[in-house]
Ligand binder design. Structure first.
Ligand SMILES: Nc1ncnc2c1ncn2[C@@H]1O[C@H](COP(=O)(O)OP(=O)(O)O)[C@@H](O)[C@H]1O
Ligand SMILES: [Mg+2]
Length: 265
């Protein structure tokens, strides 16, 4: 194996986020290899979403480094990070509620468009060509979750579970290398959750993706992640294979302190 093969696709080194007095994430070290599906779990307020906000340029880290494909991310704006191949979904759904389902997915593509404002205004040949392929690709994406029948519906009129899926499709439309999913199963029932977890695994294969999956309930990620990192109060308290995490007393204690029995299976 060459050194190139061993290099992580995404790496964070001592990544730290402080908000006035509070250390939300402390010395977070992550190495994501290409095609991995890694879980990031922890009780409420552990710092999981803050990690995503740093990785996607929403927050600028107080300390530490983030490197994607050998490129430092620390000083980049969110849209530039998306262009480099990082896409995310949000814990609280953020769709263009008044736009159609199809348009929500189409908009995801625009991050890579080469035509400028002038081409848009003049509706040049190049503009039409890109629009046509976007349309086609968007419809393909909608098929993943069987949403093509809803393509003309306003996003706000989709059932809740379908809105969550649409968020994932919009992220996929940016053609990411890395997909960051923030509690994608929140609010879904048991059956929907099982289906979603299976689809996430399939997406990884079909789109050659590397996935970092945030989940509050550790049971949900046990079945599909190869590796899990556990955050509590901003600290990485454990990492390893699902089996190791499940029986780790430090992890169980952190979850019990959260008032739930989520550590049990
Ligand atoms: N913009 C912010 N300003 C101040 N505190 C924040 C901000 N964002 C997150 N926090 C705090 O950081 C901690 C971690 O939050 P978060 O990353 O959302 O946790 P999780 O996603 O694991 O539930 C919490 O105590 C939260 O209140
Ligand atoms: Mg969160």
């Amino acid at each position: 194996m060459s050194t190139l093969d061993q290099r992580s696709l995404l790496e964070t080194i001592s990544l730290t986020m402080r908000f006035a007095g509070l250390v939300a994430v402390s010395n977070f070290n992550l190495q994501l290899q290409k095609n991995e599906l890694v879980g990031l779990i922890g009780p409420n307020g552990a710092g999981k979403t803050t990690v995503f906000n740093m990785l996607t340029g929403v927050y600028r880290p107080s300390d530490g480094k983030m490197i994607l494909d050998d490129k430092p991310l620390n000083d980049l704006k969110p849209h530039n990070i998306t262009r480099l191949g990082m896409a995310r979904t949000f814990q609280n759904i953020r769709l263009f509620k008044d736009l159609s389902v199809l348009d929500n997915v189409r908009l995801g593509h625009h991050i890579h468009f080469n035509y400028g404002l002038l081409a848009t205004a003049l509706q040049t040949k190049h503009f039409y060509k890109e629009e046509a392929s976007t349309q086609e690709h968007s419809l393909e994406l909608l098929k993943i979750f069987d949403l093509e029948k809803y393509q003309d519906l306003q996003a706000k009129n989709l059932p809740y579970g379908a809105q969550r899926k649409l968020e994932i499709l919009r992220a996929l439309a940016t053609r990411p290398k890395i997909l960051l999913l923030d509690e994608p199963a929140a609010g879904l029932n048991h059956k929907e959750t099982e289906e979603l977890m299976q689809t996430i695994q399939k997406l990884r294969q079909d789109f050659d993706l590397t996935i970092l999956l945030i989940e509050h309930d550790m049971k949900l990620v046990m079945g599909i992640c190869e590796r899990i990192l556990v955050l509590d109060h901003g600290e990485t308290i454990a990492q390893g294979k699902p089996k190791e995490i499940q029986s780790n007393p430090i992890v169980i204690k952190a979850y019990l302190g959260d008032g739930g029995g989520e550590a049990q299976t």
